[in-house]
Design a protein around this ligand. Structure first.
Ligand code: NDP
Length: 509
């Protein structure tokens, strides 16, 4: 077990030291699920942990007619669901909470919002820095971005504005064409430095730690390549089904929901070369190089690289659960995949010939995200006369969730008079002896938006490269006259389609 002592924590203050400038966070779509479940709780936690500027406003906007007081009441009851809300904390936080109803396609509504924002800044004598967080369905991103622009709210340093940023939630389009189209619309009024494409996975502590682990230690990088690594598995399993998001999921499926964003980012962090500096541009550029090197799938032999599945009824945590097609809002003959496993190759010097297995699905045995680096077996076994040829190869597990830990498995001698080996592990638990408050992913991305740091956000080129890789596959799967043939059904609560078995490997290609 790794021992973390105070003396070996490099730089004890691990929290943002920069002054956070005053800003107004305008949440568009504030009557929705993301706002009450993720955004406002994250902002409230930041407030409690001094993670917000000294002066700030949060303005919720959507079509629903609400007074600021009604909005506060709504947020208060949703916060109360998972915590004991301290009344005085809530009173002081909610003093900065406001609501303004708007119509998403009506410019006069946004001009009136601009006036409202100005009046708030005037009252508190604070600079007009703004973050527009699009917590609305993707179908209206373009319209809303245009309205923000037409109301003069996107221009920085003009009309009394300070800085202005727009935050876009995934999905960034539903294929290459729509992603490019969305980007062109955003760029009509916003510069690239103003656009923050969120992937909250990137802000998870254990995901960020992948780069620290790889590049702040000299012992791993020399073996992080095709010479020593046999294969890499990246898994993001969930036990939940589609829950209340069937409408969205029926349009997306697992490839758009998980692969185009989170899985490709985990792939990039595992496979990228070391950036010259830990700064947004060099880090994002290295990821782009990985995306460029991903080998396109051969559509004629798709089955050798891709397995799709959809969950049927089953048992999770001792409770019977319904199948995907029985979920409310799902078509009874839906062929939307809720599971995918793919084998990817990265065509560059470092990774040539090393398969990366990416797997994600809903209603699987448990919730677990991890990256397993499977090293090669020893080239020659001097123990073969006593132990046979096979010696279990080392592997390294980067646990992202729920096991936030790093585990290295290696062979040792089992005590005794005979030569016997045993596999043992060295474990590091991420939060062991850590100091101070732990910020959750949404809290971290919100701080970075306020700081204007884009390191943890997608670059458009990366979005497009990932869509270039996935769009032909999606087309092939969706255009096929009998799509259901590509789908393997699996029981909820299982490890996925039967074909996956414990030692499943795609055919060698
Ligand atoms: P919701 O479906 O809850 O929609 C948010 C608000 O948008 C609604 O309250 C509604 O407000 C308005 N709205 C809904 N449908 C329409 C429509 N067809 N036309 C115009 N306005 C509409 O979305 P979420 O809050 O769940 O998600 C917001 C964004 O964040 C989405 O892009 C989603 O993909 C993304 N996201 C969500 C996650 C989550 O956990 N919820 C996780 C990751 C990403 P009103 O009627 O008052 O105007």
């Amino acid at each position: 077990m790794a021992i973390v002592t105070e003396s070996n924590i490099a730089g004890k203050n691990c929290f943002t030291e920069k002054n956070l400038e005053h800003c107004t966070i305008v949440i568009i779509g504030a009557s929705g699920d993301l706002t009450s479940r993720k955004l406002v709780p994250a902002l409230f936690n930041l407030y409690l942990n001094n993670g917000l500027p000294d002066a700030f406003h949060i303005v919720g906007c959507s079509r629903t007619e609400l007074s600021s007081q009604e909005f506060k009441n709504k947020i208060q009851s949703s916060l109360k669901k998972d915590r004991d809300l301290n009344f005085s904390d809530w009173q002081s936080f909610s003093a900065s909470l406001f609501y303004k109803s708007i119509n998403y396609d009506d410019v006069s509504s946004f001009i009136s919002l601009a006036e409202y924002l100005k009046s708030l800044d005037k009252k508190s004598n604070t600079p007009a820095n703004r973050i527009f967080y699009l917590a609305i369905p993707p179908s209206i991103y373009k319209t809303v971005a245009k309205m923000i622009g037409q109301a003069g709210l996107a221009e920085e340093g003009k009309n009394g504005n300070g800085w202005s940023r727009i935050v876009v939630e995934k999905p960034f389009g539903r294929d290459l064409e729509s992603a490019t189209d969305l980007d062109q619309s955003l760029h009509e009024d916003f510069k690239e430095s103003q656009i923050f494409r969120i992937d909250h996975y990137l802000a998870k502590e254990t995901v960020q730690n992948i780069l620290m682990f790889r590049f702040a230690n000299s012992i791993f990088e020399p073996i992080w390549n095709r010479r020593y690594i046999d294969n890499v598995s990246i898994t993001a399993a969930e036990s939940v089904g589609v829950e209340h998001r069937a409408g969205y999921y029926e349009q997306a499926g697992v490839l758009r929901d998980m692969f185009q964003n989170h899985m490709m980012q985990l792939l990039a962090l595992t496979a990228m070369d070391p950036p010259s500096l830990f700064q947004a541009k060099p880090v994002r550029d290295e990821k782009i190089r990985v995306f460029r090197a991903v080998r396109p799938f051969s559509l004629s032999s798709l089955k050798d690289f891709l397995i799709l599945g959809q969950y049927g009824a089953g048992v999770i945590d001792g409770k019977e659960v319904i199948g995907y097609r029985e979920e409310s809002g799902v078509s009874p003959d839906s062929v939307i995949p809720t599971f995918a496993m793919m084998k990817i190759f990265i065509d560059n010097w470092r990774w040539q010939g090393v398969p990366f297995y990416l797997m994600s699905g809903k209603r699987l045995t448990g919730k677990m995200t991890q990256i397993v680096i499977q090293f090669k077996e020893v080239p020659h076994s001097m123990f073969r006369k006593v132990l046979g040829e096979h010696i279990t190869a080392n592997h390294l597990i980067l646990g992202i969730y729920p096991d936030e830990r790093i585990t290295l498995t290696f062979q040792t001698k089992n005590p005794g008079t005979k030569v016997c080996l045993r596999s043992v592990t060295m474990d590091f638990f991420y939060h062991q002896n850590s100091q101070g408050q732990i910020f959750d992913a949404y809290e971290k991305v919100l701080i970075d938006c306020i700081l204007g740091d884009q390191m943890l956000f997608w670059q458009q080129e990366g979005v497009e490269l990932c869509w270039s890789f996935l769009t032909p596959i999606l087309k092939e799967c969706e255009d096929c006259s009998d799509r259901s043939k590509l789908l393997h059904l699996y029981d909820a609560g299982s490890r996925g389609p039967d074909i996956i078995g414990s030692s499943y490997r795609f055919p060698d290609k």
